[in-house]
Design a binder for this molecule. Structure first.
Ligand SMILES: [Zn+2]
Ligand SMILES: [Zn+2]
Length: 417
């Protein structure tokens, strides 16, 4: 028997309804903030991710699905989508359109992570990028938009963390201080930290090993080293978040190891997911365009939400919505012909309608119960002769005769969308 590949999964009903729900909410929020959808290819040239995500990262060094095409071009299934969106932005000269370019995407990404509960090798992200402005108000608006998506999905108790990682003017001095201190303390830290202390000291701040946490607390903070411009930028982001009534916590250890990240970084964690896993992450990446070969600078900020985790949270709190309004149960051939017309009328009103494939009432009602139908319409030769149908409330079991001509009026406004 052939099974789904390890780390992938089938999203089946009724769970798929929760996926549709979060995607519909997201699309509606994006529309209100004037973001428009971009769909980029699932695979790109490997070089895009090597440069855009960074050779040093775990994603590029260990987790990408990379393969040689038949002409030997190295291709990679996208492990994230910011690099692809930025590639498209540059390729199609979207910088020539006046104003900030605001794009969103929803789709699958691929990373060969170690198998772990709730982690998938094909996983889904909902994300957005605002490209073409360095304004701190753009940062605050992007964060406001993420918060609105989570709130409207019914996620409660999430926690917004923000930080500034400075700029190429002020960060080198901070990294210098960090290296100095790490030369002293790194030998007592985990193997990853000892290696990162040399290769990418910022990433030491991101270590999750419990024994290293007290040491990390003693390391210098980027916030003590911001230049005047970065300080003002960060203060303005915070002021604007407060103006919008958004609660946040400044977390100086929230950093990103890549050089192109500038200033604002943010993350949202959710209690139910444990300390390890953020539900979404984002940040400003003013140097990315140049990193992937653009001649013109294209400052931007974006985020991506882990849709798998968001759906999991939504499913815990949101009762499953019945997918079927009316189950039509005809008994006999004449009734079957009439049932098709009844279904047609009710569907025209927006109701979800199923017609039984069975002619035996008992079996039909069993299927109606199992499918979670709210109502059943029952008709046989007697009803056809009388010009009526039986209208049955499946929850209460109450059943009444309704004149055939009044059926459409009775079910009007019943659809739950
Ligand atoms: Zn700076
Ligand atoms: Zn460590």
């Amino acid at each position: 028997m052939i099974r789904a590949i390890k780390g992938t999964r089938d999203i089946l009903p009724p769970s798929s309804a929760a996926w549709n729900f979060v995607e519909e909410v997201s699309r509606d929020v994006f529309r209100r903030y004037h973001y428009q959808e971009i769909r980029t290819p699932i695979f790109e040239e490997t070089a895009l991710f090597a440069r855009g995500v960074g050779e040093e990262t775990d994603i590029v060094s260990k987790e990408m699905y990379t393969f040689a095409d038949r002409d030997e071009t190295s291709l990679t299934l996208r492990p994230e989508n910011t690099a692809g969106v930025m590639r498209a932005y540059i390729e199609h000269r979207l910088d020539q359109i006046p104003g900030v370019t605001k794009l969103y995407y929803i789709g699958p990404m691929f990373r060969r992570e170690r198998p772990q509960k709730g982690r998938y090798r094909q996983f889904f992200q909902i994300g957005a990028e605002a490209i073409g402005s360095e304004s701190p108000y753009v940062d605050a608006e992007v964060i406001e938009m993420v918060v609105e998506i989570l709130e409207r999905c019914g996620v409660a108790g999430f926690h917004l963390l923000i930080n500034s990682v400075g700029c190429p003017k002020c960060r080198p001095a901070f990294i210098g201080k960090l290296r100095e201190k790490l030369a002293e303390v790194a030998p007592g830290m985990c193997a990853d930290c000892r290696r990162r202390a040399e290769t990418n000291p910022l990433r030491v701040l991101d270590c999750k090993v419990p024994e290293d946490q007290p040491v990390i607390e003693t390391l210098p903070s980027i916030l003590d080293h911001l230049c005047a411009e970065c300080r003002t930028h960060f203060d303005t982001v915070q002021g604007s978040l407060s103006d919008r009534g958004i609660a946040y916590e400044v977390k100086p250890r929230l950093v990103r190891g890549l050089d192109y990240y500038r200033r604002t970084t943010f993350e949202i964690t959710h209690g139910a997911l444990g300390a390890q896993s953020a539900m979404m992450g984002g940040g400003r990446y003013d140097g990315l365009a140049e990193a992937i070969g653009s001649k013109v600078p294209a400052p931007g900020i974006g985020f991506s939400i882990g849709e798998d985790r968001l759906v999991m949270t939504v499913e815990e709190s949101r009762p499953a919505v019945p997918a079927l309004d009316v189950f039509v149960a005809p008994m006999g051939d004449a009734a079957a012909r009439e049932a098709a017309l009844i279904a047609r009328e009710l569907r025209a009103q927006g109701l979800s309608v199923e017609v039984s494939a069975d002619r035996k009432l008992k079996r039909s009602l069993e299927v109606a119960h199992k499918s979670g139908a709210r109502f059943a319409v029952i008709l046989g030769d007697d009803e056809i002769a009388a010009g009526t149908v039986q209208w049955k409330n499946m929850a209460s079991g109450e059943q009444i005769a309704v004149p055939r001509g009044e059926l459409a009026a009775r079910s009007k406004g019943m659809e739950h969308g």
